[in-house]
Write a protein that binds this ligand. Structure first.
Ligand SMILES: Cc1cc2nc3c(=O)[nH]c(=O)nc-3n(C[C@H](O)[C@H](O)[C@H](O)COP(=O)(O)O)c2cc1C
Length: 238
């Protein structure tokens, strides 16, 4: 049994942002954006919101790289070239073969929803490759945020901090009627990103976020992912 995500529509608050409930329950991942850039004043507000994320011992280990303009085009070209050549330089492993149930089933449902939205048949390997490669064109977004972290300890707790930062960033976008998508796939090319953006070797990339004004008509935005009931995720003890 799964629960559909809620659809809530109402006017923004006086400061132009949605209420907390509207923001968290309508946030979703977008896979299609308009070419319009987010104005700097708005982007600065979003970055300030994300900066307020909690972190272990207030270490604030996030190092965020905003990429746009000619550099974004250069990065996209380099990632596509790597992808076509099967050249991956990730800082952290990500092996879907290691997924176990019930997570495996959820991952498969997510992949199926995306390829169906993109009108790609299961047997069409080339079509699937092309649809997945849209990640590397940032789904048309004219700006991205790449989340880097220092490498120390077992990295899991630092990674958790980056997740907190990323979600705050995404919710700030959603509150302003903007959209984004976190992308592990961008991290498959961490080595290349470091070269193109001249980022020190000891900063490792966890994931990126493509963001901007969602294109509601884009095929990639046709899908909606549901959630299992809270009772499947939460155990009460007393
Ligand atoms: C850390 C992280 C990495 C992700 N990486 C990708 C990615 O590389 N490509 C993609 O299309 N979606 C990616 N997603 C989006 C998930 O598929 C999406 O969050 C999930 O299906 C739930 O859908 P929703 O965000 O619309 O609620 C990622 C999400 C997270 C949190």
């Amino acid at each position: 049994m799964t629960q559909p995500q809620e659809t809530i529509s109402s006017a923004p608050d006086a400061d132009g942002t949605l209420s907390f409930k509207e923001t968290v329950r309508t946030r979703r991942s977008y896979r299609g954006f308009l070419p319009t850039c987010v104005p700097d004043a708005v982007l600065n507000e979003i970055l300030q919101d994300a900066q307020n994320a909690p972190s272990n011992c207030n270490t604030q280990p996030w190092h965020t790289h905003i990429v746009r303009g000619a550099k974004l085009a250069e990065l996209s070209m380099a990632m596509h070239a790597d992808n076509d050549a099967g050249r991956h330089t990730p800082d952290f492993t990500f092996d879907m073969e290691e997924f176990v149930e019930p997570y495996l089933g959820r991952q498969k449902a997510q992949g199926k929803a995306y390829y169906e939205a993109m009108n790609v048949m299961r047997a069409d390997a080339d079509g699937r490759h092309r649809a997945a490669a849209k990640n590397l064109s940032f789904f048309g977004a004219p700006q991205i945020a790449l989340l880097f972290m220092p490498f120390f300890g077992d990295n899991v707790r630092v990674g958790g901090d980056i997740g907190m930062y990323g979600q705050t960033f995404l919710l700030s976008l959603a509150a302003r009627g903007l959209g984004g998508i976190p992308q592990t796939m961008l991290g498959f090319f961490a080595g290349t990103v470091r070269k193109v953006l001249d980022i020190p070797e000891n900063h490792k990339m966890l994931f990126g976020i493509s963001f901007g004004y969602p294109d509601e008509d884009a095929p990639g935005n046709r899908m909606r992912m549901d959630r299992v009931p809270v009772s499947e995720s939460v155990t009460f003890h007393s």
